[in-house]
Write a protein that binds this ligand. Structure first.
Ligand SMILES: *[C@@H]1O[C@H](CO)[C@@H](O)[C@H](O)[C@H]1NC(C)=O
Ligand SMILES: *[C@@H]1O[C@H](CO)[C@@H](O)[C@H](O)[C@H]1NC(C)=O
Ligand SMILES: *[C@@H]1O[C@H](CO)[C@@H](O)[C@H](O)[C@H]1NC(C)=O
Ligand SMILES: *[C@@H]1O[C@H](CO)[C@@H](O)[C@H](O)[C@H]1NC(C)=O
Ligand SMILES: *[C@@H]1O[C@H](CO)[C@@H](O)[C@H](O)[C@H]1NC(C)=O
Ligand SMILES: CC(=O)N[C@H]1CO[C@H](CO)[C@@H](O)[C@@H]1O
Ligand SMILES: [Ca+2]
Ligand SMILES: [Ca+2]
Length: 582
């Protein structure tokens, strides 16, 4: 019996609703689809909306409630759709607005909700607003952040108004010949920042939201929230203040790198959160005026924990329904201990405001796949963890069947972050490996596309390991995932049960208990050694016999097997969901 490291009891602020009373998004399962790589319906090698439409049954079948699509709007693709040139038009290679409407209707008919990626910080420089702004067209003149620059007293030359650096390196200011001014871009040169201090910009963006709400879209995932506002111009100097050097420039010595500065004037301003509250008001108002299902906001913000909590609301006003929990995503890696896992769960649960739902994110299109980041042996364990925590689970497409990073050669690399590196180092930077096509079956291109050439290669062998094969197998990562999402939907303990955890050696053990008395124990052996547990000494009122409801593929325990609580053997890297038998 290992040393008891700690017990932590949580009184969860959950509204004790029965399953049927819960709103669709509460406690929900959200699925991120990367449309370029999901399913190609017309054989051009690029995934598209009709492809997503063809596969919606699958999304429903694996237990999802909400689907969010990575950007699909018209874009010159300088940043794979994060550079939008028209917010109300679908990018032609993904389909048409009609295809999106058909997809929305199909989703609704299956009981799914569709969420679009909204990229409000900047447009593409090819957006009509920017071109009119460059032309000094009066309504659009101040849609972006323009400045004459300042004259350097030593050289007598014009230079940018401040030392601000873009996320993609070098000055965040770019000179425009036609307008004879600098414009601000916190990301790429082709991504000019909108000026949110201009009420017309706010109104135009509100109209974009209303445009899609009117077409049945169920909510928005809002990109890059901490970049929305910059400090106002200093009336004394007529320019913007320089940002101080980062407190630890030794970890970021290159003055052209974003991390070289401390972004006090361009990142995580209080105004960023204000506008989220305002967008929440807009969607809430829409929901009540049109008597629709709840429209939701999901927010992407790599910012302080305090800001993330604030994103939920300030006690008077509501904010994001789902402020993505990047603390856990950034905090856990394959060296993390069971105590680390425990820490991130408690930190969120015990600090979130009353009346909101926790959310858990472990992967997305910017991070190596779970099976590659945590080791393939832990693929099921990570899904068991995600699906049995209280609140909302967010799954990146492919994680449900334990997909690993795909191999993409230097020649095939397309991610700008990879291309900016060289053939020896590109794999450290490129995000293509987690974006390779979905493995549907064992036909050409794993059933993703019939094209001779797909936009990214199929990254791994798929003859025996694909969705169809996993569905046909007696047991598989995918079958385990489906059992987990089933439990979340049907068992009160997982719907709104309490959460109590214990860490023993490198094993995280927690109980989910419903008021009705139903109880489940989740055992996650994070470590690389088998551990024998006496569960009876860890929790009160435990029955002597437990039923294994679902466990990792390599646990060698069939579902339904009864085990002794007093001598439970947790295999290295394995996860288990056990039911109390009374
Ligand atoms: C976006 O595209 C639609 C449909 O083609 C068009 O009517 C609209 O004017 C465009 N908007 C902008 C701002 O370019
Ligand atoms: C003026 O230009 C010189 C030479 O490029 C540079 O070293 C110096 O930092 C500039 N001064 C200011 C105040 O930016
Ligand atoms: C832009 O318009 C303003 C206001 O009409 C004017 O002062 C300014 O000179 C114009 N700039 C250019 C480059 O035409
Ligand atoms: C915030 O959300 C809660 C829970 O849904 C609701 O009861 C409350 O009225 C909302 N507050 C505002 C200001 O909309
Ligand atoms: C842990 O992750 C690192 C970096 O991603 C990798 O090099 C290493 O092989 C991984 N170890 C295991 C056990 O998966
Ligand atoms: C995780 C994520 O979506 N990151 C995006 C944030 O916004 C920038 C600019 O829009 C994109 O380049 C990132 O991919
Ligand atoms: Ca296609
Ligand atoms: Ca901005």
């Amino acid at each position: 019996m290992g040393k008891l490291i700690g017990i932590f009891l949580l009184a969860l602020a959950l509204c004790h609703l029965s399953h049927s009373e819960q709103d669709w998004w509460e406690n929900g399962n959200f699925y991120q689809i990367y449309p370029r790589s999901f399913k190609d319906s017309d054989g051009d090698g690029v995934g598209d909306l009709n492809g997503v439409n063809e596969k919606l049954e699958y999304v429903k079948d694996i237990g999802m409630k909400g689907v969010w699509l990575s950007p699909i709007f018209q874009s010159p693709m300088a940043d794979f759709g994060y550079d939008i040139s028209n917010y109300t038009k679908v990018q032609p290679e993904y389909g048409t607005n009609e295809d999106l409407l058909a997809l929305t209707e199909r989703a609704h008919s299956l009981g799914l909700h569709l969420i679009l990626d909204f990229v409000p910080n900047h447009t593409s420089d090819e957006h009509e607003w920017f071109q009119r702004s460059v032309a000094n067209d009066s309504y659009y003149r101040d849609f972006y952040i323009w400045h004459d620059g300042v004259i350097n007293s030593t050289t007598g030359e014009r230079q940018p108004p401040s030392n601000w650096i873009s996320q993609f390196r070098y000055s965040a200011w770019e000179w425009n010949e036609q307008r004879q001014q600098y414009y601000l871009h916190q990301f790429g040169v082709k991504q000019p920042d909108l000026n949110y201090r201009n009420p017309n910009v706010v109104e135009e963006m509100n109209n974009v939201l209303r445009f899609w709400l009117a077409r049945g879209i169920d909510g928005f995932r809002i990109d890059a929230v901490p970049f929305l506002f910059e400090v106002e111009i200093d009336p004394q100097t007529g320019t913007y203040p320089d940002e101080p050097l980062s407190s630890d420039i030794s970890t970021c010595p290159d003055p052209d790198d974003w991390c070289h500065l401390n972004h006090t004037f361009t990142n995580s301003l209080p105004e960023d959160i204000e506008i989220i509250y305002q967008w929440r008001e807009l969607v809430d108002q829409w929901t009540s005026e049109h008597n629709t299902d709840t429209k939701v906001l999901l927010t992407e913000a790599y910012t302080s924990f305090e800001n993330l909590m604030h994103m939920y609301g300030d006690g008077l006003r509501n904010g994001s329904h789902v402020p993505f929990n990047f603390e856990m995503l950034a905090g856990l890696n394959n060296k993390s201990s069971a105590s680390d896992y425990d820490y991130y769960v408690h930190h969120w649960l015990s600090n979130m405001p009353k009346g909101v739902y926790a959310n858990w994110v472990l992967g997305n299109h910017d991070n190596p796949r779970l099976a590659s980041r945590f080791g393939a042996q832990r693929a099921d364990l990570m899904n068991i963890f995600l699906q049995t925590l209280p609140g909302i689970a967010v799954t990146y497409n492919g994680e449900e069947y334990g997909m690993e990073n795909g191999y993409v050669s230097w020649e095939d690399t397309v991610d700008p972050q990879g291309c900016n590196a060289d053939p020896t180092t590109y794999l450290q930077y490129s995000r293509d490996s987690e974006r390779t096509p979905f493995l549907w079956d064992n036909t050409t291109n794993a059933g993703f596309s019939t094209a001779n050439h797909t936009w990214l290669p199929i990254g791994q062998s798929y003859a025996d390991n694909n969705v169809a094969a996993q569905l046909a197998a007696e047991n598989s990562h995918l079958k385990i995932f489906k059992q987990l999402t089933q439990l979340r939907q049907s068992e009160a303990a997982f719907i709104d049960g309490s959460y109590v955890s214990v860490v023993v050696k490198n094993v995280l053990v927690y109980i989910r208990a419903a008021e009705t008395g139903d109880k489940y124990i989740v055992v996650l052996n994070i470590g690389d050694e088998n551990v024998s547990l006496n569960l009876g000494t860890l929790f009160d009122d435990l029955s002597a016999k437990l039923e294994v409801v679902v466990s990792s593929l390599h646990s060698d325990i069939p579902n339904g097997q009864i085990v002794n609580a007093n001598s439970f053997e947790a295999k290295a890297y394995n996860g288990y969901v056990l039911r109390l038998t009374n």
